[in-house]
Design a protein. Structure first.
Lengths: 362, 427, 163
């Protein structure tokens, strides 16, 4: 078997020079230290993204993006198509795990200050990818056209309508009209299967290329602990590290399979645009913190509408997150940066508490 | 040729008009001759002014060309009150009592005349009225009873199908209640048994399933007062007639009840169990000898065959109900897990039809006739349950398949772990 | 595999025979694991790709049956979106379809050939072949569906859809 593989490599090498690739594969190493466990999160996110891409393409074979047929086509996939239930369940569960993995990846990189020079562009592409994942979640949630997703989308796009200056325009742009209708579904479908995947592909390419070019970042503390002229111990990427990566993917696969089998994702009832809003409408868990914050804001603060303040604050926070590598001067200079560690902790605590409160709030 | 025909036609019409009663000629005469409204509309006394204004607004008679004098007599062309109200010119004033019936009947009982305006309209209202309680009392000299105008209005009369008419289905109950819900108006009237006539009918009716269907359900075919009592011949349905009256709509129940032993025993047939004006939505609780059951009022004790039969029928219906509910939740569970269940849902619909049929058949008070219907329903339920169980085992099969793949995944995980140790040891 | 040995410390010589056996066993185990997990993915996916017999989601239309099998002055019940529906061939040969759910208490209506009407056994409700209530307790008429005939001559299917 390995002889056949060698023959193929030789055959290819004769035709396209593989020496550069061979060199890269042979040279690529991963730093070994106490925080190395966080390195797995990036690969895990990538794996789950691949699962989404694969199951998403499969679902496209039967899904129909129209208000009259969306719900029925998902019902058809789940009940009539062989293993349709499995593909759909995996797509739904993997979406949630993907967001969780991406958020965890984000915070690990934040805490380790891996964004510092020269990896600013890696960070920016990563943050944009994180936002894209939220976009995927938001647009994909509506596609089954069930009651919950319909009203959650109504509320979610309604928040976009409170953006100061042009909120009304943004709302109409998102919904494809004044209200959530079949037109919204068409839009969200287009975003979910064409626009976002294209952007994601480009950004993932940039992100991965940068990671390969620059290698893995070594945490500041590990770097500072080194003796002058010393080097961090390296582990070969092939096969030592890749085997670990694959192991992590398999664990994720096992979790996915178990979730899909034992907690089937419910289809709910078909959306009825003229029905009263059912009680307990709330967005997906990853929007809960934002949703609950807006709910808690007083209607007016110093004469400005509370929701405006909330939306502006989220916008500023997003810009801040993108700009972190440029703001954190101490990290860039190779010094400890406790301010940003505290900021990250505050951010994490805020997200966790508001998500939990939002989940239990009536 | 054509001019000759038209002349002949005109002559014929003129001759016909001359033969008809005077008011019809008046109806075809120019409207400028009607001077009654000129004075009446300006009078300070609203009792005298209001009829003129009402009549000049929407009124089916004015729209058909009739004028004040057609009912009231007098001279419409006269400019002075004395001449206009001259009894020598046929002035009658306000027709009341029998005179009012006669005034309306002059046209409304004339089939030939009514055909010209409303060919499908009945012309037996006056004849029916004579047979009604209202008509009989009027004949015996009671002037407090309703005559035509009490229900239809006198001026500003609208067609019955006009939603603003006081006798439009949704307004009938209120119209009857103007007298029948008034204790003062009903004072002195008694039932056949000598008790005072109750005035609670409207309140009772408004609580009924019929009123709900009519007012909340907007189902104009739902019954109101006149659908059971008749309108022009209004009277309570007599003993023995109730089942026929209810049976005009509830035909199947009447038919089943007709074959029941109760047909001979229940004087008031349907009313015995369902009541009259305050008919509530029937429930299964009414059957049997339990807490809210009606059968228990007559049937009780361990030796009572009727009690046993009633309890048996109730138990059968409850069995089917419970079966349908159980299958329903099984099907819902399976559907939520992503299985195709439309065939089972249709089957459950059929089982529910059987339940409805059983509830109907129960009115024959024969447990032996109820059993096969319930059994058919239970058979369907059992089939749905079997299909549900098959689906549940399919779910188990899915989980086994996943457990198998999980096994393979875990095998790889373990092997990879060992391999990593091995590779690490070598580097 | 040369890259692996490159990272191997220069001191390590060729592995002992028992170590070698363990390595081949582990590789075999891994191969079995990879192949079986690949099978566990490929099998459901390939089954997923095979279109189910009904072809597409029955959202707005359903095949009631063969047109030729429906004789004049007869009716045929069929499932339509999880509820019963009925297609009728009139004595004149027209095809008409209605929801077969009685508007009174949701019983299933049937075709009565002697009167050429739709009839509900539960409370004797009757509808004409326009779906209108003729007699009995139903408060509304039956929802009329659109009928089309599709297919090879002699083998046409009656396709019913929501208007």
């Amino acid at each position: 078997m390995s002889r056949a593989a060698d023959a193929i490599v030789a055959w290819l090498d004769e035709r396209i020079d593989l020496s550069a690739l061979k060199h890269f594969v042979a040279e690529k190493g991963v730093p070994v230290h106490a925080q190395e466990v966080w390195y797995y999160l990036g690969g895990l996110t990538l794996f789950l993204l691949a699962v989404q891409l694969f199951t998403g393409i499969l679902l496209l074979l039967y899904y129909r993006p129209s208000a009259a047929e969306a719900y029925e086509s998902v019902q058809f996939i789940v009940t009539q198509v062989q293993f349709g239930w499995l593909i759909r369940n995996i797509h739904s569960w993997s979406a949630n795990l993907l967001i969780a993995a991406a958020v965890a990846h984000f915070f690990s990189v934040f805490f380790l200050k891996s964004y510092r020079k020269p990896r600013e562009l890696t960070w920016i592409s990563g943050v944009l990818l994180l936002f894209l994942m939220f976009g995927f979640g938001f647009s994909g949630y509506l596609l089954p056209w069930n009651e919950l997703s319909f009203f959650a989308t109504k509320v979610g796009t309604g928040i976009a309508g409170t953006v100061p200056l042009g909120g009304k325009f943004l709302l109409r742009l998102l919904r494809g009209g004044d209200d959530v209708t079949g037109a919204t579904l068409s839009r969200f479908f287009g975003l979910h299967v064409a626009v976002f995947p294209a952007l994601t592909t480009a950004l993932v390419a940039v992100h991965l290329l940068l990671v390969q070019r620059q290698g893995m970042s070594v945490p500041l503390r590990v770097e500072r602990a080194l003796k002058p002229g010393g080097r961090v111990r390296q582990m070969p990427f092939f096969p030592n590290y890749i085997l670990r990566d694959v192991l992590a993917w398999y664990v994720a696969l096992a979790i996915l399979a178990a979730l899909a089998a034992f907690y089937p994702w419910e289809l709910g009832t078909k959306a009825d645009p003229f029905a009263a809003v059912p009680p307990g409408i709330r967005p997906e868990w990853y929007f809960l913190a934002m949703f609950h914050t807006l709910k808690l804001l007083p209607s007016h603060v110093f004469g400005v509408e509370g929701e405006h303040i909330g939306v502006i604050a989220f916008g500023i926070a997003a810009l801040f997150v993108v700009a972190v590598p440029f703001l954190d001067r101490r990290s860039n200079a190779g010094r400890e940066s406790p301010t940003f560690t505290v900021l990250a902790i505050l951010g994490l605590v805020y997200l966790v508490t508001f998500t939990v409160i939002g989940h239990y709030a009536r | 040729m054509s001019s000759v025909t038209s002349v002949v036609e005109r002559l014929a019409i003129t001759a016909l008009l001359l033969l008809l009663p005077g008011h019809v000629v008046a109806a075809d005469a120019p409207a400028t001759a009607n001077r009654c409204a000129t004075c009446h509309a300006t009078l300070a006394d609203s009792r005298l002014a209001k009829p003129a204004t009402l009549f000049s607004q929407q009124d089916v008679h004015r729209e058909s060309g009739f004028r004040c004098v057609d009912c009231h007599g007098g001279d419409a062309a006269a400019t002075g009150k004395v001449r206009a109200h001259d009894s020598a010119r046929g002035f009658k004033g306000v027709p009341a009592g029998q005179a009012q019936i006669a005034t309306c009947a002059r046209c409304h009982s004339d089939a030939k005349l009514m055909r010209r305006f409303s060919p499908r309209q009945r012309v037996d209202q006056a004849a029916e009225y004579v047979t009604s309680v209202h008509g009989k009392r009027l004949a015996s000299g009671d002037t407090r009873v309703a005559t035509c105008a009490n229900c239809h209005g006198a001026h500003g009369i609208r067609l019955v199908k006009d939603a603003k008419s006081p006798v439009f289905p949704t307004n009938v109950a209120g119209t009857c209640a103007t007298c029948h819900a008034s204790a003062t108006h009903m004072n002195g009237y008694t039932l056949d048994n000598g008790k005072p006539l109750p005035t609670t009918q409207l309140a009772d009716y408004q609580r009924s399933v019929h009123a709900a269907a009519l007012t909340k359900g907007h189902d104009l075919s739902a019954p109101t007062c006149n659908d059971c009592h008749g309108n022009h011949g209004a009277a309570p349905p007599g003993v023995g007639a109730v089942v026929n009256v209810c049976g005009t709509c509830h035909a199947v129940f009447a038919q089943k009840f007709d074959t029941s032993v109760h047909r001979q025993i229940f004087d008031k047939s349907c009313v015995e169990c369902h009541g009259n004006h305050a008919i509530a939505k029937p429930s299964d609780d009414m059957l049997g000898t339990g807490a809210n059951a009606i059968c228990g009022t007559c049937h009780s004790g361990p030796d009572d065959k009727g009690a046993a039969a009633a309890d048996g029928m109730r138990a059968a219906i409850e069995r089917l109900k419970a079966g349908i509910e159980g299958s329903g939740s099984l099907v819902a569970r399976v559907r939520n897990a992503g299985m195709e269940t439309s065939a089972q849902e249709i089957a459950l619909g059929t089982a529910r039809s059987q339940l409805t049929l059983a509830r109907t058949e129960m009115h024959a008070s024969d447990a032996a006739r109820l059993t096969p219907i319930v059994d058919d329903g239970l058979k369907i339920v059992a089939e749905v349950d079997r299909a549900g169980e098959r689906a549940v085992s399919e779910l188990r099969y899915r989980r086994r398949g996943l457990a198998l793949s999980l096994g393979a995944i875990l095998l790889v995980v373990v092997a990879l772990g060992l391999k990593i140790r091995q590779v690490d040891r070598r580097t | 595999m040369s890259d692996v040995t490159r990272f191997a410390p220069s001191g390590s010589g060729s592995p002992a025979p028992s170590d070698f056996d363990r390595r081949t066993f582990l590789d075999a185990l891994l191969a079995v694991g990879f192949v079986s997990t690949a099978a566990a993915i490929v099998y459901p996916v390939s089954r997923f790709l095979v279109p189910p017999p009904s072809g597409e989601a029955a959202t707005a239309s359903a095949v009631a049956g063969k047109a030729a099998a429906l004789k004049p002055n007869s009716g045929l019940l069929f499932p339509f979106g999880g509820k019963p529906a009925i297609v009728v061939r009139t004595a004149e040969g027209d095809l008409r379809a209605f929801s077969a759910v009685c508007t009174h208490l949701d019983c299933t209506v049937q075709f009565k050939a002697d009167t050429s009407q739709l009839w509900c056994a539960c409370h004797n409700g009757t509808y004409d072949l326009g779906g209108n209530v003729v007699s009995g307790p139903p408060p509304r008429g039956l929802e009329q569906l659109v009928v089309n005939v599709r297919g090879e001559p002699g083998e046409e299917d009656v396709v019913v859809s929501r208007g």
